[in-house]
Design a protein around this ligand. Structure first.
Ligand code: A2P
Length: 343
């Protein structure tokens, strides 16, 4: 297939991630002859901007994929569970942003800077990892390769945009209400998120971890292909619109100084080191929002451990954490000629 013949669909095109997927396809000049916007029947007929033109939203249906080569999905887990296999059987390769397929052994879970080789085995469904996992593995992979990692302890500070368009609106409405002496309403989260922190992302499990925390554990092991890696996570929602931050403590197998880590990371793909605390230089979500890179700072040797390092990792959760990573996967599929596949 010639690149210029590609038909690409975005399923969930009206959502926070879907809109960014359209923007990213356009901004990176993805080689598509046609881009289609799919969403629920509620949005059919609406128009979405795409470069200088507009796309008319079509309803996502079982027959939506007949003439489509590639579909980027971000329409929730249930939609992915139902429609990704239908698309795959129709010969359309799916890059799925939901958690529906990530741990399926037949589905590669890919961050292009970390494990692009996993794409070779795809069977028309590829999973985009969880946003917090993506930025953590981008920053940790060079250290993993150089010094080995025994254990990871991570705490996250996650933006509301990770819960979709409705959550962005909820934070904005609550801030407005509170400044106008009104009672804030909460629909997306169990408590007020404005001026608050919720140590609760996704449902809680029998082991008292949240699903988000276990996603970080299981997905990191799958991406790094290391089931022996010990990981514990605490994931927290904070009143930030865009950009997830993470405090990460690692125990390496062999010693790596903070200085060596700084040099190593600054030479690694997809990473920008911002680390000069004396000049107040460190990554922050307001700076990472709208950017492609994963920002790393506060790199220091852990004073409580022989081979320990502390890092502060920040990235735009909608871009590298979702839309950009999906488009980078699509670019790899095109450049490695992995799009056409009979299953
Ligand atoms: P719609 O806008 O028509 O409801 P977000 O993550 O920002 O909440 O966005 C979710 C995206 O998933 C939206 O584009 C939404 O479309 C889409 N979506 C949700 N449910 C379905 C469904 N059953 N079929 C197709 N698209 C869906």
């Amino acid at each position: 297939m010639r690149e210029q013949d590609l038909v690409v669909a975005v399923a969930g095109a009206t959502g926070a991630v879907g809109r960014e997927m359209l923007k990213t396809l356009e901004a990176r000049k993805f080689p598509a002859a046609r881009v289609r916007a799919l969403a629920s029947s509620r949005s059919a007929g609406k128009e979405l901007p795409f470069g200088d033109s507009r796309l008319v939203v079509e309803e996502l249906k079982e027959d939506s994929f007949a003439d489509t080569d590639l579909a980027l999905f971000s329409a929730g887990g249930d939609t992915s569970k139902k429609f990704a296999p239908i698309a795959a059987r129709a010969g359309c390769v799916v890059v799925d942003n939901s958690s529906a397929w990530r741990m399926d052994p037949d589905v590669p879970l890919v961050v292009p800077e970390v494990n692009p080789e996993a794409l070779e085995e795809h069977k028309n469904i590829i999973a985009n990892p969880n946003c917090s996992t993506i930025q953590m593995v981008v920053a940790l992979k060079p250290i993993y390769d150089q010094a080995g990692i025994r254990r990871i302890i991570v705490s996250t500070y996650q933006a509301v945009s990770g819960s979709g368009q409705k959550a962005i609106q909820e934070l904005e409405n609550q801030v407005r209400a509170l400044f106008n002496m009104q009672e804030p309403e909460n629909h997306v989260y169990p408590y007020q998120i404005a001026f608050n922190c919720l140590p609760h992302i996704d449902d809680f499990l029998d082991n008292d971890y949240s699903k988000e925390e276990m996603k970080m554990v299981n997905e990191t092991r799958k991406i790094l292909n290391d089931e022996s890696l010990r990981i514990t996570a605490t994931t927290v929602r904070v009143p930030v619109f865009y950009g997830h931050s993470e405090s990460v403590n690692i125990e390496t197998q062999t010693r790596l100084s903070a200085k060596e880590a700084r040099v190593l990371l600054s030479r690694s793909p997809g990473i920008r080191v911002l680390d000069n605390p004396r000049e107040n230089i460190y990554p922050m979500p307001i700076q990472a929002a709208g950017e492609d890179e994963t920002f790393v700072g506060r790199i220091r040797e852990d004073i409580s451990l022989e081979n320990g390092l502390d890092l502060w990792i920040v990235a735009d959760n909608i871009r590298k954490g979702a839309a950009l990573n999906a488009v980078q996967i699509a670019e790899e599929l095109v450049s490695k000629n992995l799009l056409v596949r009979d299953i």
